[in-house]
Design a protein around this ligand. Sequence first.
Ligand SMILES: Cc1cc2nc3c(=O)[nH]c(=O)nc-3n(C[C@H](O)[C@H](O)[C@H](O)COP(=O)(O)O)c2cc1C
Length: 222
Amino acid sequence: VTVQNDIPFEQLPGFRPGNLENASRDLYKFMNRRRSIRSFSGEPISDEVLKNCILAAGTAPSGANQQPWTFVLVKNPAVRRRIREEAERVEYDFYTGKSHGEWKSVLEPLGTDYKKPFLENAPCLIVIFTQKYTVAGDGAIVKHYYAGQSVGIATGFLISALHRLGISTLTYTPGKMGFLNGILERPKNEQPYLILVVGYAAPGTRIPDIERKSFKDIAVIV
Ligand SMILES: Cc1cc2nc3c(=O)[nH]c(=O)nc-3n(C[C@H](O)[C@H](O)[C@H](O)COP(=O)(O)O)c2cc1C
């Protein structure tokens, strides 16, 4: 039986705040300041910053440590134009189609429509793919366990990492995302998860005045 090498947990650099109550209150306040924005300035963000945020996302826990994610950093304006064109085609069908009726009441307060200029105006997109499986050297298919949950957690890490640096995001999910495999040349074991639009708010940006549920509405203590 091979046992994986182990290392003492205490060796990892970590820290414990002196006053957890204060630290946790500050943490909540900080997280509560995160908001999605839908109009971006073109102010650039360096590759090093983006790479470190993606590495931070890659520290997320994952089923059987399979790390079933691919982050595609899209900066190229021509590629972003193609993504916008395809996304707007999908969105146009959605906003003019039948199913829009069901969604209308929840989307209306956000004031969104089929036009997605942020796909070109933001300095970059990070398109996240779920690797449903990988193909081993001998051609055998290795299934990934709990890939959906794992990629969701990693995406949360990424959004939090960017927020920690004062960088805003929009979590964007066109109704159909298969076109992303074609444009970004991703293999068929990878399924588009979402598009993260990354950057800074354009001057004069306004955001919906929304409320967050209270503790008792989202949690129970047993
Ligand atoms: C899985 C997911 C999909 C989303 N898809 C879209 C989208 O397609 N278009 C959009 O404008 N916002 C989208 N959003 C952003 C939400 O509308 C936004 O997070 C929500 O209104 C709360 O606002 P806040 O992020 O500012 O707290 C999405 C968010 C999540 C988590």
